[in-house]
Design a protein around this ligand. Structure first.
Ligand code: FPP
Length: 238
């Protein structure tokens, strides 16, 4: 174990526990999602201070459509309400906004708000904060396979690089596409279809903290744990 802190270039976060957080306070679930947005803001600002290059947050999965309609509608309205408040902060902090996921099915007003936030922050040169919206790792891979087949490429030309180039994370610079660290809050121990291809060598960190309670100290602890891990990528101990 080394004392030197290693900062992951790309961190993915599965933000879980908003509903339980709200319930603990006797409030409706949507109250937890609102508090979850504040947690995104403080985590993004701090991650960028630490030197993280890409922070991808799992905002809505391809499976989340089965939630009660009111809750789905509320989550889809969050970018609209929130970005007007959030974008000036991101511009002050030099953070860029992006989205990954399937745009089909996301309400037009939600897409418009996300696109506007991406446009308004596109000249920033700092960390990329990515919202995984209507995102599913299997759906993403399926789409990549379709694109590759449609392109008419020869079988021998299909490589891992080509697959990576056809995933939604190809919008990131090459070395930052795959998260080095994935954090899941609220004590659940699964990846739930998040960055399926890209997580092949990610370090996984599970914490009992509910997402709205996640803060600077939580990220410090996660990075300290990551720094102490021996990443061998299938090789032998050096
Ligand atoms: C998981 O908690 C949280 C989600 C599925 C949604 C997370 C979304 C946000 C924090 C904000 C969304 C942001 C945008 C831009 C749309 P849960 O509801 O599963 O909590 P529970 O497991 O305690 O019920």
């Amino acid at each position: 174990m080394t004392n030197e802190l290693k900062i992951p270039a790309h961190i993915g976060i599965i933000m879980d526990g908003n509903g339980r957080w709200a319930k603990k306070q006797g409030k409706p679930r949507i109250f937890g999602h609102k508090a979850g947005m504040d947690a995104i803001e403080r985590t993004a600002i701090y991650a960028q201070k630490l030197g993280v290059k890409v922070l991808t947050v799992y905002a809505f999965s391809t499976e989340n459509w089965t939630r009660p309609l009111d809750e789905v509608k509320f989550i889809m309205s969050l970018p609209i309400d929130f970005y007007s408040k959030f974008v000036p902060v991101l511009n002050r902090e030099n953070i860029q906004i992006r989205m990954i996921g399937d745009r089909n099915g996301v309400p037009a007003a939600t897409l418009k708000a996300i696109d506007r936030a991406a446009e308004d922050t596109k000249n920033n040169t700092g960390m990329i904060l990515t919202f995984a919206m209507n995102y599913g790792g299997r759906a993403e891979l399926l789409q990549a396979v379709k694109n590759i087949v449609k392109s008419g490429v020869e079988i021998d030309e299909i490589t891992e690089q080509l697959i990576s180039d056809n995933l939604t994370t190809s919008i990131f610079p090459e070395n930052w596409r795959d998260p080095e660290l994935i954090i899941r809050t609220s004590g659940e121990l699964r990846l739930s279809n998040f960055l399926t291809w890209q997580s092949a060598y990610s370090e996984l960190l599970f914490t009992d903290t509910l997402w709205p309670d996640f803060n600077e100290a939580s990220l410090d602890m996660a990075i300290a744990e990551f720094s102490g891990r021996d990443r061998r990528f299938g090789g032998v101990k050096g």
